[in-house]
Design a protein around this ligand. Sequence first.
Ligand SMILES: Nc1ncnc2c1ncn2[C@@H]1O[C@H](COP(=O)(O)OP(=O)(O)OP(=O)(O)O)[C@@H](O)[C@H]1O
Ligand SMILES: [Mg+2]
Length: 252
Amino acid sequence: MGILEVKGLGKDFGGLRVLENISFSLAEGTVTGLIGPNGAGKSTLVNLIAGSDRPTRGEIYFFSRPVHNLASWRIARLGLARTFQITRIFRDLTLRENIRLAAWTIGLRGSRLEAEVDRLLDLTELSDKAGVLCSDLTLPDQKRLQLARALALQPKLLLLDEVMAGLNPVELDKAIALLNRLRLQGITMLVIEHLMKVIMNISDRVIVLHQGQLIADGQPTEVVNMSQVQEAYLGSRYVKHKAEGTGLGGDA
Ligand SMILES: Nc1ncnc2c1ncn2[C@@H]1O[C@H](COP(=O)(O)OP(=O)(O)OP(=O)(O)O)[C@@H](O)[C@H]1O
Ligand SMILES: [Mg+2]
């Protein structure tokens, strides 16, 4: 039994069937990569799990508790944190204030709050920008801030929707190292990323969405070599990643 169980999940937008019969579970402490072409339904799936949107069909269990009808803040309280593909931050607050707000919501106050904010700034390598207004941050820094805010909630399960887009190769390696450190802390993660270098470096397992359906689920090397995955998504992308070792392919 995983900490997250998704059973027969489906989502329609009007007449458009965006997700169909999605079932999988996430074992505690594991990192699962979620890949698939633009429009496959990845962000929609994360929205359903986090309670930002309601499924049309199916069920979601978090620590064996049904959450498919719970408000997102209730699911967050149970230990789930997520980032958004389109960053959502308080633009007229500083970076430090943004993180402090998130840490405040779990009850930290005073010096313990400030110490936790310092830890998160350090962990996400944002300390030197702590006083910068968020409206002045670059997109990669906004994404790092979202990650810091998600971690401030001390989640058991972390859903990351393309937090690494726009990072340069050095920053990317640092981000991969950070996710691996989080994994060592026992945080279960579901990671959407178009960069195959990231997926191959951090995932215990990879699941693939294509046109709203789960077309593959297994070990990373096994999945990327499946013919249906090559045809639906990877094609030249993974071959290029292997040849160059650079993990190109951020077309989102
Ligand atoms: N609120 C909405 N109303 C109508 N259609 C939507 C809505 N949100 C998403 N869609 C549609 O659902 C499909 C899946 O979108 P989704 O954003 O989940 O894809 P994705 O896999 O995250 O893509 P990307 O890699 O580009 O981020 C797309 O066809 C999209 O246009
Ligand atoms: Mg998306």
